[in-house]
Ligand binder design. Structure first.
Ligand code: FMN
Length: 363
């Protein structure tokens, strides 16, 4: 997936319009395909290696706001890019697993082997309930998601699937073409609860953490890593919102400014529509932040050197992929690529050299 010691950096495309609220002077709400296309092409140029498209059918901040559709956008972006991985989030209740597996293999084909899914088990009740789709209780959503992923994983691997469960019955089903590039598209799992952790350990390739402080993530990784699993070791990714500047003081000033315009960090109206059992929101109350999915709570706010060092601290506990939010997006993803990524590489090289055995000169 990536070379040992070299983390992968990625971006959250702004499918909701932006990540820290509309700020008239700096960033307006723009969930257009054109904007995501532009940002992604530049991210690819800048050396980002992955990009996530979250999935919501209606915008959870305000249903009247634009929301970019995940799967159509991902397919189109797959045709326009050539190197970067594209991760599309999916909520199992929205697609039958056979249909979703076919879409996934379609984008795998269009992208030439760069496609991944992020399985997420839903928290925003109105999205389903107002469409007349049952919003099952938390653990039942995961039981459904587990059967769903068993079917999808088999089909995207090119296997002939016979599955008989509580929710799905699939008989003698094979999808062609399977991936022409590898065994199958990668599977990320995003969620924090017990069943989310079991699901990632059993059927995922990457456990996708929300951006909580390093101590919390260390505990989460240790807990997930000891669960039963077969096959290659589970990998760990982290979501985070970055504010990096020359000095810590400048970064903190920006943080205060973004907190003033923020939408996601005031959880009051979101919590009214969220599943109270969603562990993600329980953690969100514990760690106030800007952005979504942990955002600034990961601590990637500070001088360029501080942010690079904190990334290294996450690497040391097992994170190898960082999927990032910025605001304003264009300017800040550029700044991150120019100022922070080279520092992370330097720190990694320095660590590798210091860890290497010292060759004693023959005397
Ligand atoms: C990295 C990451 C990305 C996520 N993306 C989405 C998303 O695109 N759409 C969505 O509805 N939920 C998303 N979620 C939220 C999960 O659905 C959420 O964790 C779940 O609904 C609550 O489950 P939990 O109790 O296991 O945390 C994401 C979670 C993580 C960690």
């Amino acid at each position: 997936m990536n070379q040992p010691g070299i983390p992968r950096f990625g971006i959250w495309l702004p499918v909701y319009g932006n990540w820290a609220g509309t700020d008239p002077g700096r960033e307006r709400h723009d969930a257009s395909f054109d904007r995501s296309r532009r940002l992604l092409l530049e991210a690819e140029e800048l050396g980002f290696e992955t990009a996530l498209l979250a999935e919501h059918i209606i915008n959870p901040l305000d249903n009247n706001l634009d929301q970019l559709e995940t799967w159509t956008a991902t397919a189109a972006l797959a045709a326009l890019t050539s190197k970067i991985e594209l991760i599309a989030a999916v909520k199992p209740t929205l697609f039958h697993p056979v249909v979703l597996a076919k879409l996934a293999l379609g984008i795998e084909e269009i992208s030439g082997g760069r496609f991944a899914i992020n399985l997420v088990n839903a928290w925003y009740r109105p999205e389903l309930e107002r469409a007349g789709i049952r919003f099952a209780e938390h653990d039942e959503r995961y039981a459904y998601g587990r059967e769903w992923l068993q079917v999808v994983r088999g089909l995207i691997s090119g296997a002939r699937v016979n599955f008989s469960g509580k929710y799905f019955n699939v008989t003698d089903y094979t999808l062609r073409p399977a991936s022409r590039h590898r065994a199958r598209p990668r599977i990320y799992v995003g969620g924090e609860s017990e069943p989310a952790r079991n699901l990632a350990a059993e059927l995922g390739d990457v456990f996708f953490n929300n951006g909580w402080p390093v101590g919390q993530i260390r505990a989460n990784i240790a807990d997930v890593a000891r669960r039963p699993r077969s096959g290659a070791p589970l990998r760990f990714a982290l979501s985070a919102f970055v504010i990096a500047r020359e000095t810590e003081e400048e970064a903190q000033e920006v943080e205060h400014e973004l907190a003033r315009v923020g939408q996601f960090q005031d959880l009051t109206h979101l919590l009214g529509s969220a599943d109270p059992k969603a562990v993600m929101f329980q953690s969100a109350r514990k760690y106030p932040h800007i952005g979504t999915n942990g955002g600034t709570a990961a601590g990637l706010v500070g001088s360029y050197d501080q942010v690079a060092q904190r990334i290294l601290a996450f690497q040391e506990i097992g994170i190898d992929t960082f999927v990032l939010q910025f605001q304003p997006f264009d300017e800040e993803q550029r700044r991150f690529a120019h100022e922070v990524i080279p520092r992370v590489h330097r720190l990694n090289r320095f660590q590798a050299v210091s860890a290497a055995p010292v060759a004693l000169a023959a005397g």
